[in-house]
Design a protein around this ligand. Structure first.
Ligand SMILES: C[S@@+](CC[C@H](N)C(=O)[O-])C[C@H]1O[C@@H](n2cnc3c(N)ncnc32)[C@H](O)[C@@H]1O
Ligand code: SF4
Length: 371
């Protein structure tokens, strides 16, 4: 039995391409077929199936896993249940777009053992949803949330986005308040990033959009204050949980656990090896079913590089990093402490409030290895 306890499945299909998104996705659904599902199941068998894989967490991400039809999800999840040892499973997350889940699909997910659904709401404001090019309205997102709740799925996360073009602080405040009132178990609140090769990036470069760093910092501070006051603990820069409902899968990533990724464009990291499957759904399916490799890219990480990566993730977590585990960055840490970005308390280094506002710069310094 290998020690890999975390599995990721990339389901690359989406109802429509959002103009800010840089994940590997396909729209139109021409490769959303039985062969693709068989390829995923084959990849699991290739990794050793039941004899080798005893996951504690499974994460279906994308793309939009709930773009699969109910009978396709039934086939895939049923196939995985036969091919994985699920006796140690603690959490099974499926990402969902509000336009793609109704009662039957929600019930199937629950019956198949899914414990957590992560719903991409982004905003409760219809005008902003249009700006974001989303396919659903706020009312539809709320109905889907109620359907998921009624299905009995144990935990629900709501994804939100701030720093959206034209977003006013009052709109963001209303979205935060509405989210708290719905009492989800978990909230992910992401600052919009302008990713290369997206329509949003082009608009920013062309001057149609303008970034307002001060407004965005204000929105982030408002997020921390409002969600914390609403009973959600900020356990990571962008993630908030009620009653200890942190995402176990994401925690494992941030703490540097090994994981295997399945599906086109999925990454795996085992020890110091990292590889990515081909970002080509038809090619992935064909190669997998023909018994050929689906690895598109492999890299061997140096020990220092991997340590830097993990430190950069861990510093974003509220639990911080024990000083003795980041001794190699003691110079940088002292410098951050001097500038009020981190504090060192009882042998643990954590970001201050100011540090959280500048978390990317702190993390960047940890990634670059001091000589
Ligand atoms: C794979 S999507 C979630 C499920 C589904 N595809 C959806 O969008 O509803 C993961 C989340 O990443 C966030 N996201 C995507 N692109 C982003 C960007 N450029 N900046 C910040 N957050 C982003 C969104 O909040 C989104 O819900
Ligand atoms: S944000 Fe979600 S729905 Fe939109 S393109 Fe990206 S993965 Fe698909």
């Amino acid at each position: 039995m290998t020690a890999i306890r975390h599995l990721y499945f990339h389901i690359p299909f989406c109802p429509k391409l959002c103009p800010y998104c840089s994940f590997y996705v396909e729209v139109g659904g021409k490769n959303k077929n039985r062969e693709f599902l068989d390829a995923l199941l084959r990849e699991v068998e290739r990794a050793g199936g039941k004899n080798e894989l005893r996951p504690e967490t499974i994460y279906f991400g994308g793309g939009t896993p709930t773009s699969l039809r109910t009978e396709q999800l039934d086939y895939l999840l049923g196939g995985l249940r036969e091919r994985l040892d699920l006796t140690a499973l603690r959490e099974w997350t499926v990402e969902a777009n509000p336009a793609t889940v109704r009662e039957e699909k929600a019930r199937l997910l629950r019956d198949m053992g899914v414990t957590r659904v992560s719903l991409g709401v982004q905003s409760w404001d219809d005008a902003l949803l249009r700006t974001l090019g989303r396919v659903h309205s706020a009312a539809q997102a709320e109905r889907t949330y109620e359907v998921l709740r009624a299905s009995g799925i144990p935990a629900i996360n709501l994804d939100l986005m701030f720093a959206v073009p034209s977003q006013r602080p009052s709109q963001w405040r209303a979205t935060l308040e509405k989210t708290i009132a719905l009492k989800p178990d978990h909230i992910s609140s992401y600052c919009l990033t302008y990713e290369e090769d997206t329509a949003y990036f082009q608009k920013l470069a062309g001057g149609d959009f303008r970034q307002d760093v001060e407004r965005d910092a204000q929105l982030f501070e408002e997020t921390m204050d409002t969600l914390t006051a609403g009973g959600f603990a900020q356990y990571e820069i962008s993630n908030y949980a009620r009653d200890g409902r942190e995402s176990q899968h994401n925690r494992a990533y941030w703490l540097g656990a090994d994981y295997l990724g399945f599906g086109p464009g999925a990454f795996s990291t085992v020890g110091f090896s990292r590889w990515e499957n081909v970002r080509d759904t038809a090619g992935y399916t064909r190669a997998m079913l023909a018994g050929e490799t689906v690895t598109g890219f492999t890299e061997q990480l140096g020990a220092d590089t991997r340590a830097g990566e993990i430190a950069a993730f861990r510093i974003r977590m509220a639990e911080g990093i024990p000083v003795n585990e980041i001794a190699r960055w003691s110079g940088e840490i002292a410098e951050f402490e001097k500038h009020g970005l981190v504090v060192c308390n009882e042998g643990v280094v954590r970001l201050t409030r100011r540090g959280k506002l500048l978390a990317d710069s702190v993390a960047e310094a940890l990634v670059s290895i001091p000589s």
